[in-house]
Design a protein around this ligand. Sequence first.
Ligand code: UGA
Ligand code: MN
Length: 257
Amino acid sequence: PHIYAITPTYARPAQKAELTRLSHLFMLLPNLHWIIVEDSNSTTPLVRSLLQRAGLEKRSTQLNIKTPPEFKLQGKDPNWIKPRGVEQRNMALAWLRTHVDVDRHAIVFFMDDDNSYSTELFAEMTKIKPGHVGVWPVGLVGGLMVERPILNEDKTQVVGFNAAWQPKRPFPIDMAAFAISMDLFIKNPQAVFSYEVQRGYQESEILRHLTTRQQLQPLANSCRDVLVWHTRTEKTKLTSEDALQRQGKRSDSGMEV
Ligand code: UGA
Ligand code: MN
């Protein structure tokens, strides 16, 4: 089956580095379609040329929608006070609901731009059955080395999760921990992301419309393999660049970094 990866992304110093890493993953994976949704008022030449140079024009869709200012993080805000990627993921879901052939089995995965993904993860996703949500462990998240589903004795069903952070959530897992059979989005048009949820509840919010814990399909060697890591890139320090700019100069004039 075809896999649609949905990536919200926003302009910041490390954006091109993050997206370059992801674009090279797509170059290795011909059954992937990349829906990249920029958090901006228009699509940018940076993203467009990146897709072109990776040869991904035909299997990517470049969209944009800006997060309304009241929901956008401000300079010194801790990153957890507002959910990120809500508007962008919803736009991608709307695009999928109108553009994907409902009779063809497809998989949807929410692929943040800063995580680290193994190509093997995408091979696992192709095992997701129609009408199902596949789940697997995620490394380096929620204050643990690995967050993972706990399975029953014969390894066929999820009976719990090992989450330490907010374990009472209906689905105490990260966005990178699951992928969804596209038919579920067609059957459940009310399944969208929302700002009106508590911190850390985005994953539960979308999944509660689509599946139950009992229906989750365990993947990645019965949830024993880690094929994705919730890495986060350090905020780029630009003290000397700021000093240059105060003198009307910059290190990157005429260059895209
Ligand atoms: C965690 C989860 O892994 C995210 O999937 C979830 O959206 C987020 O928490 C949340 O609770 O909202 P975290 O590493 O804290 O992720 O979030 P980021 O990686 O900073 O952002 C998630 C995605 O949204 C990224 O692809 C990022 O590029 C995008 N984003 C972030 C925007 O499009 N606009 C922003 O202003 C910030
Ligand atoms: Mn992240």
